[in-house]
Write a protein that binds this ligand. Structure first.
Ligand code: F6P
Length: 533
């Protein structure tokens, strides 16, 4: 399977894919669901390559694994857990069974409790000691931060609730900066942690508690918790009425659809939050029903596999021409790299292929004036993933949106077409001649033949955001199945956590440094001599 694809790649690698692009290809090399369109015409994938990629999906059992996931099987094999974030957005679907019990009644009950609480806060029935809640501070990290932080920004045009802030880093600069802008008497602190043990989150939560205690008598009353660990939230002193629980079959980086999304619900209100869930559910149904070639998550994944595992492009740039999706690249870094950055396959054998790509990016047009130089003329090929809406939310500034769209389309065209030496010479012929013309022209050559895809949609509404996020989640799933890895554990974050715990008393000067390598010891020594202990 893989060899066949590699052989096909070797055959077509040197051709200019621009020559493939005609009206037929432009209509054929797209996948669409409703108004959302994924266009991969500007890649070197042809009909034969696509057929082989689809074969790969079939032979690696994507369909059976997909059904197993939706049906609550324990596909997270290293942790013995089901993977059911889809149940959190299964608003009007049927029962979802885990170990013989339907989880939907609990899911819907928790959603209803979140909605009542969000409404109470937004409408001033739930107050702080100083009156109506003006600020919500979400304290969490990783999946307990990136999803809601990204979504609150993405949904700025719909934000009509209290101001929302996000504290994630244990660096005191993070929490100090946020708390400076809040009044403890009218702030609600949400402690978001699946495990309720994460050191950064628990440290920040205690800092917030101390900050509030300076002017609020019952600090516990202005705290809520989002967690699977009910006992630990009680130990922290948070009343069960403000604890919103979920189960271990929701992975941290897949958790924004449930309680971890509470800050988003506070910002945009329960109705818009439901629209976000409906968008996710619509993408689930599409993923379950559409033929492979028309299936957005599958085609996104197959294009990803082609570029990374077959062509060997190590990174992928995510470039939203949608400023509200500012944090999407950061969110995707966790979703994709924590999920598919694995070195062994499900059975523990070494992975015979590259694991998932490095994902990075910035919104357009900002990136154009920063790193696009390297994307266009650097020596490595970086597949680009553009996202663009037909309309923004600023009707009176639509001319600016049109300029944004023109830039997005221009970039994928430039990456594909490039500019030949002849064209470069012609462009500057009036300014230079002779050897200098030659030298200057060479600096203005664009190799082109650089692949990109475009995800286009009418407008970034809550429903469309839900579709986009579910689309990326399922893309990660499909890539993981094809690579034969477990996308739902994250053992790679553990070693650093253990070593940090051991180093803490040394850094604090409470324990002698011993058993450390010379380089770490030298750095500890330097930092101690400058005041860390
Ligand atoms: O350290 C990685 C991680 O476990 C992520 O997977 C998770 O999203 C994050 O830490 C936060 O975990 P928690 O929600 O349990 O605080």
């Amino acid at each position: 399977m893989w060899n066949k694809l590699r052989a096909h790649h070797a055959k077509v690698a040197d051709r200019r894919f621009e020559t493939l692009v005609d009206g037929h290809r432009a209509a054929d090399f797209v996948a669409q669901t409703g108004d959302m369109r994924f266009d991969y015409a500007k890649t070197n994938i042809d009909a034969e390559g696509r057929a082989q990629l689809i074969d790969l999906a079939e032979q690696t059992g994507v369909a059976a694994k997909r059904d197993a996931m939706f049906n609550g099987a324990a596909i997270n094999e290293t942790e013995g857990r089901a993977v059911l974030h889809t149940a959190l957005r299964n608003l009007d679907g049927g029962p979802v069974m885990v170990d013989g019990a339907d989880v939907m009644p609990d899911v819907l009950d928790t959603l209803a409790r979140m909605e009542r609480f969000a409404d109470d806060v937004r409408e001033g029935r739930f107050t702080g000691q100083g009156g109506k809640i003006t600020d919500v501070v979400n304290i969490g990290i990783g999946g307990s931060d990136l999803g809601p932080a990204m979504a609150v920004q993405a949904m700025a045009p719909y934000h009509d609730g209290p101001r929302c802030h996000f504290v994630s880093n244990v660096d005191p600069a993070d929490i100090a900066g946020v708390l400076r802008s809040c009044d403890p008497a009218t702030t609600l602190v949400i402690v978001a942690s699946k495990t309720f043990t994460t050191i950064e989150t628990m440290t920040n939560a205690r800092t917030a508690q101390a900050w509030m205690g300076g002017s609020v008598s019952d600090t516990g009353a202005q705290f809520a918790a989002l967690s699977t660990a009910a006992e630990k939230t009680a130990d922290f002193g948070i009343d069960p009425s403000r604890v919103f629980g979920f189960e271990d079959w929701v992975g941290g980086r897949y958790s924004m659809w449930g309680p971890i999304g509470l800050s988003l619900m506070m910002a945009i209100g329960p109705d818009a939050f439901r629209a976000f869930l409906r968008g996710g559910q619509a993408m689930d149904r599409h993923f379950q029903a559409a033929e492979w070639q028309d299936n957005l998550p599958v085609m996104l994944a197959l294009v990803g596999i082609w570029h990374n595992q077959i062509c060997g492009y190590a990174t992928r740039a995510v470039l939203p021409y949608d400023n509200c999706l500012n944090r999407l690249p950061a969110y995707l870094q966790q979703l994709e790299m924590e999920s598919n950055g694995k070195g062994v396959s499900m059975d523990g054998a070494d992975l015979p292929l590259n694991s998932g790509p490095v994902v990075w990016g910035e919104p357009g047009t900002n990136g154009q004036h920063a790193f696009y130089q390297l994307i266009h003329q650097g020596t490595r090929v970086i597949p680009c993933e553009f996202l663009v809406a037909a309309r923004g939310h600023e009707d009176d500034l639509h001319h600016q949106h049109q300029l944004l769209v023109a830039n997005c389309l221009a970039q994928s065209e430039a990456l594909m077409r490039g500019r030949s030496l002849d064209e470069a010479r012609t462009k500057i012929a009036g300014k230079f001649d002779g050897d200098e013309l030659e030298r200057q022209a060479r600096h203005r050559v664009f190799s082109g033949n650089r692949p990109s895809t475009t995800l286009a949609y009418p407008q970034l509404t809550p429903e469309v955001l839900g579709q986009i996020i579910a689309l990326y989640e399922h893309r990660v799933f499909v890539e993981g199945v094809i690579l034969g890895i477990n996308s739902y554990d994250q053992w790679g974050v553990e070693l650093g956590k253990e070593l940090a715990t051991a180093l803490q008393p040394i850094v604090e000067g409470k324990q002698e440094l011993s058993g450390k390598d010379g380089a770490t010891a030298a750095l500890v020594g330097f930092l101690q001599s400058h005041g860390v202990s």
